[in-house]
Design a protein around this ligand. Structure first.
Ligand code: ZN
Ligand code: ZN
Length: 428
């Protein structure tokens, strides 16, 4: 088994946690090895198991070593075997803990390494060990939460991204021109933002770092959202609740526990629900979330809640629907649209509140219309037969006029019935 020198991962247990990508670079440069050589060395400690993953790595950007997937898991296991650092600690330098909860969210993760020049400059001045933080590899983290300056992805001197699998002199030195990555462009105007970029993502990183053993369950966001939805249903404001949810999750997430979610979507959902992202992913519902004033936010433009009548509870609505259905004639069942209009709600609203009842209304209406249509065509056929049976010649035109006057059938239906009666008889 290959044992490597112990290189201490930095920022463990905090929001400043080092990324596994950075750790791999530092491990390689400490051993004066290229990244390819280092990976081959850690893999040789694998006891002859299938190492297909390692052959794919030369094509994989170093920045992706933090994504929740099988390659990252294999890499964590191999580094664990070679360095003795525990799997949970190495996992907390990645987003592996979200593997079950989230679908691949490639647009959330940077495709290349990124850094804060000020952080690197400070460490260099203090003689501290330089490294690249996990947070810097999320594209939504656009500014440093300490220095409020921009997170950058290219060397200020040669303007190149740092993506080689070659031998790195140090993680804070440009691979191509040798300039410190903390260097700023001479004429650069520093962009500063006092608003923290993506605070939810930083708190997720902090949580993962502080709880390295954590694995977010598969259906946590579903559990929370359905519980809050049912609560809103009971409290009679489910429509406002539904409208406050991002369009990509409602109603699918409530109906399907395995509805795939990306990191970007759950951040949006946590904002809509006004709850910590970690609670959402863990499936924790707190009492306080249930009575959230879920209104005015995230409404589609032009939607005015006040114009719609409050629905009340499911039981109230059921009673109203039943009262309406009872007053409709047995042979003329109303359509779903007519029922919804009578109750002053949308068709979609009725379907969501009382799905089984809505289905039954649609079925009864269809049957009723079919029965009415077949009754009408039977009566038409009888009338035509009756007129023909009078035995004296009646022109088709006169027959058509006569039957149209009865205002029960369309002109085409009458013509077809006459043709069937007369021509059918002739050919018979
Ligand atoms: Zn910084
Ligand atoms: Zn450079």
């Amino acid at each position: 088994m290959t044992r490597l020198y112990l290189v201490e991962p930095q920022g463990i247990g905090t929001v400043e946690v080092e990324s596994l990508s950075s750790y791999v670079v530092r491990l390689a440069s400490t051993h004066c090895a290229s990244i390819g050589l280092l990976l081959a060395a850690v893999e040789s400690g694998n006891g002859g198991e299938d190492a297909a993953w390692i052959r794919t790595l030369p094509q994989v950007p170093i920045a992706t070593f933090i994504r929740p997937n099988g390659t990252t898991r294999s890499l964590v296991e191999a580094i664990h075997r070679s360095t003795g650092i525990s799997i949970p600690v190495l996992s907390s330098m990645t987003f592996l803990s979200t593997e079950q909860a989230l679908r691949r969210s490639s647009n959330v993760f940077a495709s290349h390494l990124r850094w804060c020049r000020e952080c690197l400059r400070e460490w260099s001045e203090q003689g501290a060990i330089p490294y690249l933080k996990l947070a810097w590899l999320l594209t939504d983290v656009t500014t440093c939460h300490i220095h409020h300056c921009e997170i950058v992805g290219t060397c200020a001197i040669c303007d190149r991204r740092q993506s080689g699998h070659d031998l790195w002199p140090s993680v804070d030195i440009c691979l191509y021109c040798g300039a410190p990555l903390s260097a700023a462009k001479p004429d650069e105007i520093r962009v500063q933002s006092w608003q923290p970029a993506a605070p939810e993502l930083l708190s997720l990183i902090q949580f993962i770092a502080a709880n390295p053993e954590i694995t977010f369950p598969g259906a946590g966001a579903h559990r929370v959202t359905s519980a809050l939805y049912n609560e809103a249903l009971r409290a009679g404001h489910w429509e406002e609740f539904a409208r406050s949810l991002p369009r990509c999750v409602y109603p699918k997430l409530i109906q399907h526990p395995n509805h795939p979610l990306t990191l970007g979507t759950v951040v949006e959902l946590a904002r809509a629900l006004r709850m910590p992202l970690t609670d959402l992913l863990l499936g924790r519902v707190k009492e306080t979330n249930v009575i959230l004033p879920l209104r005015e936010r995230a409404l589609a433009p032009g939607v005015e809640l006040n114009r719609r009548r409050r629905l009340g509870t499911r039981e109230d609505m059921l009673a109203k629907v039943n009262a309406y259905l009872q007053q409709c004639p047995a042979d003329r069942r109303p359509s779903l649209r007519a029922t919804a209009m009578h109750l002053g709600i949308s068709v979609g609203g009725l379907q969501h509140l009382l799905p089984a009842v809505a289905k039954e209304i649609v079925r009864a209406n269809r049957q009723s219309r079919e029965t009415q249509a077949s009754d009408a065509s039977r009566r038409l056929k009888e009338r035509v037969t009756e007129i023909v049976s009078w035995g004296f010649p009646v022109s088709r035109k006169a027959m058509l006029r006569e039957l149209l006057a009865e205002a029960q059938w369309s002109k085409n239906a009458i013509r077809a019935a006459i043709a069937f009666e007369l021509d059918g008889e002739r050919t018979a």
